[in-house]
Design a binder for this molecule. Structure first.
Ligand code: CMC
Length: 374
């Protein structure tokens, strides 16, 4: 096999079909079940989008009422899981906590190995309802705080803020969070979704596939970029330092976090929507210095390299302004992407073929093992 025939990173390779979302490289657009993401973000709640991703259609008011009531009723987690989260080392990355919690939920679910569509839909909806509770407990315990129990009186986003901060912030903040959840929910065969599909293709269970996907999302070239963006902006500090910082980073051949994309080469269609929600929040919170740094850095880097921001560029500073600890940004991404992952897991199960590519061997030719004397 020649070098040209090997598609490093599977770049440009079409692996399977999917009806969950469509990425159009030429127009940099993204649709979920046929609807453009920016229109969904302008007109829907995350709960409606979660329903759409799983069921293929937006819910009627009755379907939405039933769906949200079920989500609200499943938010609480058992005491053993609370204790498990609180027993993890305080300096471990929160994605390890999320991965451990998902594995635990698989271990205690008597239907973990039941692979019917109904059983898997029920598992997906429980993970969607319980991941925010897990992330919130982990966030609080790192500040020496006890858990705040979920409440059925609040919507998905407001309840999450209540569980983390024991209060619900201004409307712009809740809306910005909800928009981020909608934009992060699904993205075709990205690395973590593909990981989930690979695991599913072996006929392993949904929890195992999700735990694997959490591991893939953690990396800074994928979901971990939203944390890395904030760490980078904090290191740069102020807008007047952006240019010199970029000079130095590029001279050291560093990747600039939150910029570039494997598929979108002329901009990510999710960015204008997230950026607008971030700006609305900046206005509400009066964080002009951060916005100035954000704009100056972007203008400078795009001007030099023609490499555009991806969704992680506006979402990192947005989560920072909301008050979340930087290492919790990727677990928040998990809370959203659980919808896309589980839709893909069920799609893979419905039409499975073991995913097992080939490799071109470039090690030593076959040789004999030396015979040991005596
Ligand atoms: N900073 C500096 N140079 C870059 C960047 C960047 N962020 N992105 C691409 N390039 C350069 C790269 O060095 C290469 O240059 P050359 O041809 O001179 O070697 C060229 O652009 C092509 O890059 P590539 O790495 O071959 O492109 P890719 O499609 O493999 O990489 C990427 C895509 C996302 C891994 C990369 O753009 C990157 O590392 N970005 C920073 C991390 C990031 O923001 N990740 C989030 C991705 S989107 C959300 C998600 O998936 O969760």
């Amino acid at each position: 096999m020649t070098e040209q025939e090997i598609k490093k990173g599977l770049a440009g390779v079409v692996v399977d079909t999917t009806a969950v979302s469509k990425v159009v490289q030429e127009t940099n657009s993204l649709t979920y079940r046929g609807y453009p993401v920016q229109e969904l973000a302008a007109n829907c709640s995350f709960e409606e989008v979660a329903y759409l991703i799983w069921h293929g259609e937006l819910p009627t008011p009755e379907q939405l009422a039933e769906f949200t009531a079920k989500e609200r009723s499943q938010r609480a987690i058992d005491q053993q899981l609370i204790d498990l989260v609180r027993s993890m080392p305080e300096d471990c990355h929160p994605m390890h906590v999320v991965q451990t919690a998902v594995a635990y939920l698989g271990g205690v679910d008597p239907e973990a190995e039941v692979e019917t569509p109904e059983a898997n839909q029920a598992k997906a909806e429980r993970l969607y309802a319980q991941l925010p509770t897990i992330v919130a407990i982990d966030h609080r315990r790192r500040h020496g705080l006890d858990p705040v129990a979920p409440t059925e009186d609040l919507g998905y986003a407001a309840n999450f803020f209540k569980m983390v901060f024991d209060e619900v912030p201004a409307e712009e903040v809740v809306r910005c969070f909800d928009v981020s959840m909608i934009l992060y929910a699904e993205h075709s065969f990205n690395a973590s979704t593909f990981t989930a599909r690979v695991i599913t293709s072996t006929t392993s269970d949904m929890y195992s596939a999700v735990a694997g996907a959490v591991g893939a999302l953690k990396g800074p070239l994928h979901g971990g970029a939203n944390e890395a963006v904030m760490a980078m902006l904090e290191e740069v500090g102020t807008a007047d330092r952006a240019s010199a910082w970029i000079d130095q980073a590029l001279s050291e051949k560093k990747k600039i976090m939150g910029f570039g994309h494997r598929v979108y080469k002329n901009g990510d269609s999710r960015v204008p929507t997230m950026r607008k929600a971030f700006e609305d929040m900046v206005r509400a919170k009066g964080a002009d210095d951060l916005l100035n740094l954000y704009n100056t850095f972007e203008e400078d880097f795009v001007g030099r390299k023609g490499i555009y921001p991806n969704l992680d560029y506006p979402s990192g500073p947005a989560y920072h302004l909301m008050g979340f600890d930087t290492p919790q940004f990727t677990p928040i991404f998990v809370m959203s992407r659980i919808t896309g992952w589980t839709a893909h897991i069920m799609e893979q199960q419905a039409s499975n073929a073991l995913i097992r590519p080939l490799s071109a061997y470039n090690g030593p030719e076959q040789r004999e093992v030396p015979v040991k004397n005596g």
